[in-house]
Design a protein around this ligand. Sequence first.
Ligand SMILES: Nc1ncnc2c1ncn2[C@@H]1O[C@H](COP(=O)(O)OP(=O)(O)OP(=O)(O)O)[C@@H](O)[C@H]1O
Ligand SMILES: [Mg+2]
Length: 368
Amino acid sequence: MKNRIESKSEVDVSLKDLCKRFGDFTAVSDLTLEVHKGEFLTFLGPSGSGKTTTLRMIGGFETPTAGEVYIQGELANDKPPNKRATRTVFQDLALFPHMAVGGNIEYGLSFQGLNKKERKTKALKALELVDLEGLYERKVATLSGGQKQRVALARALVTEPPILLLDEPLGALDEKLRERMQGELKNLHKRLGITFIAVTHNQEEALTMSDRIAIIDRGRLEQVATARELYESPKSEFVADFIGVANIIRGKIIEDNAGVKKLLSDGLEFFIPSKEGFNIGDNAILVVRPERIEIGDKARKSNNSFSVRVRNIFYKGAYLEYYTVLESSQEIRIRVESKSSSQDTSADYKTTIGWNESDSVVLTREPK
Ligand SMILES: Nc1ncnc2c1ncn2[C@@H]1O[C@H](COP(=O)(O)OP(=O)(O)OP(=O)(O)O)[C@@H](O)[C@H]1O
Ligand SMILES: [Mg+2]
């Protein structure tokens, strides 16, 4: 283990083969990842996937069982939280309800040897950052959920940390406020220019706020990429299924009479995007997003064109969602923009659906 790694200056946090076990249970497994300076990176994954544990190892609240945490190039495994360039906003905020807002924020400065006036000046500045001017004297217990959230942010920001860690930062808020705060957090990140590392199980939140998203499942890092890359080029079935809605068609790679590789699934043959590394007989899945599929006459022009029965059509405001079934009994969901109020939503008829192979992704099938 080296104490210092050759760090490109733009890497703020580097995790190397990070593991955390609790007894026999492995919560985080061989996690390797670099977070760039000034980046907004979000860990996203189902409940229990190891997101909080990973964040706590970065912040110094949990010791890795194996592997290393480097912060700004320095090995940090054994450094206490207050000796790291990180500050954490905890999911439960950990505010003192009976103290005033000002006192809560200044608590963050208690070890910095500042006098009362200096502390107050800094606290007022931090309050301004989170749009809470004028609330310095208020008791925390009298604040709304969103205001408390901002006080917790201000308390972390008042020390001007280079790296801010946020565990489910908007978890306690109702949906409307959550949406508004997503935009505000993103703006705050832009204004401050520091590194934000957040954790959420809310997909929409991750997609809206982050520069890159690290998808984590059962303690393993599945993919780190931008929202668009995750959606359009998922690297695994888990990611394809976890981000947005995906039609997943399972089958085997075959070669048709013309020597073209296709996916054979329950008697139907699908054109697949050409990709290296697939052999005849391999198990594979085809992923097609619902909005990439045409329905009706224009679907006949696509090279993957199939007859289906439309089982249900749901009006969803901005789009109509069709639940259709292929002759192989495979269900295919399709989303069509709702354009006019006259679109018919009565179901149970036969029609054609289609997509071009370039609108799909082919992946190796994971062993179940
Ligand atoms: N101190 C601990 N002792 C034993 N098991 C733990 C401990 N902390 C976490 N775990 C387990 O490790 C796994 C990962 O927990 P973690 O809190 O990191 O999940 P998470 O991804 O943050 O989930 P959530 O979205 O529900 O917050 C869980 O199964 C959890 O029960
Ligand atoms: Mg958690």
